[in-house]
Structure formats: C-alpha cells, structure tokens
Design a protein around this ligand. Structure first.
Ligand SMILES: NC(=O)c1ccc[n+]([C@@H]2O[C@H](COP(=O)([O-])OP(=O)(O)OC[C@H]3O[C@@H](n4cnc5c(N)ncnc54)[C@H](O)[C@@H]3O)[C@@H](O)[C@H]2O)c1
Length: 442
C-alpha cells in the first residue's frame, strides 16, 4: 500500500497564475535577483547557479538515461509568472538600490531601468536595537508589535490583490539582526502573541514579518542568520497554518567552500588541526556585520558547519581538537566583491602535517541571487504539494539549516543535494536513488 502511494507520488496543485515574491530588504541580494530575472527573461543573460533553471535530476537506473530538467520534472512557477514586491527602510526603488549596491555593471542596470524603477519598497518594520548600524527613514509606526504585524498583513493582502497574484512567498533578504537566543516568549504561539501585544524586546522585527507571512498563509524563507522563524512558536504556527518555512543564512562563498572541502577530508580520514577563515567585504551587509551583535549572529551561523560535518565524537583522533576561527572585516574599497582566505591545517598518515590555502575572490550577491530564486520557487512547490513546517530538504541552500527539535542539521553539501533530489523524486513517485548499483553486476 505504502509502495503504491510512493509510485503515484504526491498530489501537487498546478503552478498556474502569478506568483508574488515579497522580499524583506531591497538591497544587494534582492536587486541582483530582480535584475537577474529581468535580464534572463529578456534573453540578455543565463541563470547560472540556479538548480531550478539549469539543473537536471537523474531518474531510475543509470542505464535508463532519464535526466529531465528539474523544472520539467516538477511543476514550478516560470520566470514569466513572477511578480516582485519588497519592504525596505530606505525609499530607494530597485533601480537606485541596484546602483547603490554596485553588484551589477551600471550598463546592465541602466538597460533594465524601466523594470527596476517599477519596484518601490513599502515602508519597513524596523527597530535600531536589532540592527545598530542602520538608521532608516521609511519605517512604519505602530502602537504595538502586534499592530505592526497587522499592518504587514494588510500590505500582503493589498499586494496580492493589486498584482493579481494567485500565490505568494516571503523571503528575508534584509540586514542581519543582532544575536538572540530563544526566550520563553518564543516557546509557543500563545506566549509569542502575548509578547507581540506587549511589544516585548524578545520579538525582533524579522519575527514580526515571519508571523505576518504565516498568518497570511505565505511560505517564509530566511536568507539571513537571524533566529526569526527558527523558534517553536513560529514553527507551531507554520504547522497549524499548513505553511512551509526554511532557513537560515544563504550558503554562498566561504561556507559553501567549507561544506565542499570538509566532507572530502573526512571521507579520506584526513585529520584537522585548525581552520582559519577571514573575509574582507565592503557592502552594506559588511557594514552591518561590523557591529559585534550582528557579527555574533553571523559567526554562530558560520561556525556550526565544521563540527557537524566532521563529527569529533565519532573521530576524536582526527577531529577531537581543532581550532576554528571566522573573521569578517568591513573594508569599503572591496564593495560587494568579497575576498575570503582560508588556511586549513590538516594532517595525514602517521600525523604528518599539511596545509591547504583557499583564496576565494567571490561575488557575494552573484552567488546568493540564484539561491534566492530557487528557494522561492521550491517553497511555492512545497506549499502546493501540501508540505508544511520546516523544509529540511532545502538545507542545501543554507549555512545553518533549520531542523526538527533534537535533530542535528546535515551540512555536507553532497548529502544535502541527495536529500533535495530524493525529495523531488518522492514528490513525483519515482524510486529513491541509493547509489548501491550492485544490480548492474548481476
Ligand atoms: N550576499 C550574500 O551572499 C549573502 C549570503 C548569506 C546571507 N546574506 C544575508 O542576506 C541579507 C541581505 O544581504 P545584502 O547583501 O542584500 O544586504 P544589503 O545591506 O545590501 O541589503 C539589506 C537591505 O535590508 C534593508 N533592511 C534592513 N532591515 C530591514 C527591515 N527590518 N525591514 C525592511 N528592510 C530592512 C536595508 O535597508 C537594506 O536595503 C543579509 O542579512 C546578509 O547577511 C547575504
């Protein structure tokens, strides 16, 4: 019986009509996403880095030669179906903001001027106690945090109606908030709603957006390391409202490399003495992260990966005692073109030491934009497939993946990719691929 269900796959509502993408924060990542989608639609560029646009998924046996495009295998919204909206605490439209971010060449931004100018942000919910380095002017006023949540819910409903959207997804691509730990106010939905009404300091602006999204039945993805939706109260609401959530922190430059290299070292049982990672970047994100509170949030998110991948408890000789240090330095001349250095001290046979040096001259938002695109399309797919709560299969995209309570996160990029592909196969009733392969030799 269970097998039959697997064969049939899951009932997925069609991706018909328009999908509204509501972005919190119209900065570097958001404008690179919007401009990128416009450029691809106009045939000016290719959507490099996006699994939903370029990836394939293998089905069945290797000898079957079945590897459809992911976008043909599962029903996804197309780029033509997307409508973008945003909130920000600065009034700049997407054209001005893209120029300010300095990620894309000015000639490209000017070529897309008409598309970008149309996107004007709504006033944001903001409190400088949570992001010290910003002082926005386009901020909503409210008598309580619950009032602010209700204003956001009105924005969501108005956007949906005015843009004739059939479905929505919300994506947090606003600045990193200060470090917060789970508080009693986050423990369950009743306590959370009481705290909203009391305007408790335990409720950060990002949580107000997430609450408004979930109450409106809108999936919420968190591209920053803030706690936000990763608290029991909002996970409870996501379950109750049957809405998918995922996070945290787009896995882009240095952590992407870390989660590629570390599983390889472990696979070969090579030991680790230390991993020193340092970055310079000069965009607004870098400026925000120059504040110790926001940096702490980022640091926690970046530090977790190695511990979980290397499993020091299982391999004390190899990984029981290593130093892991992460630094981010705000260095304005570098702009969005971050430079990361990694010094990795490893040891091999008989304990002989070796070093690996990685110097990654990456472009942060160029790496983040395709992730943002995939996330919103997959979150919409998840919603139409009846999936709710934490979407662990999307941990492929995150530095600090959300998981069910008591479950350790999977950080290894290859395992994450298998999980993602198997979820797609499961949705369509295809066999899981175990890579056992003995049957080829029978
Ligand atoms: N660029 C990357 O590769 C990358 C990777 C991982 C995570 N992130 C995270 O994604 C987020 C966005 O990065 P970015 O480079 O686009 O930053 P950015 O500074 O260019 O843009 C953030 C925008 O959010 C706005 N904002 C801040 N608080 C807000 C609020 N409460 N409501 C509405 N708008 C608000 C800011 O005014 C700004 O325009 C950051 O938290 C960053 O840490 C980025």
């Amino acid at each position: 019986m269970a097998e039959d269900r697997e064969q049939q796959g899951v009932d997925i509502e069609p991706a018909s009509g328009r999908l509204g993408i509501l972005m919190v924060g119209l900065g570097a990542v958001a404008t690179t996403l919007v401009a990128g989608v416009a450029a691809v639609k106009q045939g000016m560029a290719e959507p490099i880095g996006s699994l939903t646009q370029m990836g394939t998924v293998r089905l069945g046996k290797r000898t079957d030669n079945r590897a459809p495009m992911i976008k043909d295998f599962v029903p996804l919204a197309t780029l033509d179906d997307l409508v973008f909206g945003a909130w920000d605490i600065f009034p700049d439209d997407a054209f001005e903001s893209a120029l300010h971010a300095g990620v894309l060449e000015r000639t490209l931004v000017y070529a897309l001027k008409e598309d970008l100018e149309e996107l004007r942000p709504m006033r944001g919910v903001f409190d400088q106690n949570y992001v010290k380095r910003l002082n926005g002017t386009a901020v909503k006023a409210g008598i309580s945090k619950m009032d602010l949540a209700e204003q956001l819910m009105s924005d969501i409903a108005d956007f949906k109606r005015d843009n004739r959207c059939d479905r929505l997804v919300m994506l947090w691509c606003a600045s990193t908030e200060t470090f917060m730990e789970p508080e009693p106010e986050h423990a369950d939905l009743d306590s959370f709603e009481r705290a909203l009404r009391d305007s408790s300091s335990a409720i950060a602006p990002s949580m107000i957006y997430a609450y408004a999204a979930l109450k409106s039945g809108v999936p919420f993805a968190n591209g920053a390391p803030n706690l936000t939706v990763d608290i029991p109260a909002l996970c409870e609401l996501a379950q109750q409202a049957r809405v998918p959530v995922c996070g945290k922190d787009f896995k882009t430059g240095q952590t992407l490399m870390k989660t590629i290299i570390a599983p390889g070292l472990k696979a070969r049982m090579l030991g680790l003495r230390g991993w020193f990672s340092t970055n310079i970047l000069g965009n607004r994100d870098g400026e925000v992260l120059d504040d110790p509170g926001s940096f702490r949030t980022k640091e926690e998110s970046k530090l977790g990966a190695l511990e979980y991948i290397l499993q020091p408890d299982l391999y004390p000789t190899l990984y029981g005692d290593f130093d892991h240090i992460v630094r981010i330095n705000y260095y304005p001349p570098r702009g969005d073109n971050k430079e990361g250095w990694d010094n990795i001290d490893i040891f091999g046979w008989l304990g002989y030491p070796m070093q690996i040096k990685v110097n990654f001259l990456c472009r942060d938002s160029i790496l983040a934009a395709p992730i943002a695109l995939d996330l919103v399309l997959f979150m919409d797919l998840a919603k139409r497939s009846g999936m709710r709560g934490i979407q662990e299969w999307l941990s492929f995209y995150f530095k600090a993946p959300m998981t069910a309570p008591g479950l350790y996160p999977e950080h290894d990029l290859v395992i994450q990719q298998m999980k993602l592909n198997n979820t797609l196969r499961h949705l369509r009733g295809e066999d899981m691929i175990t890579h056992l392969g003995l049957d080829y030799y029978d």
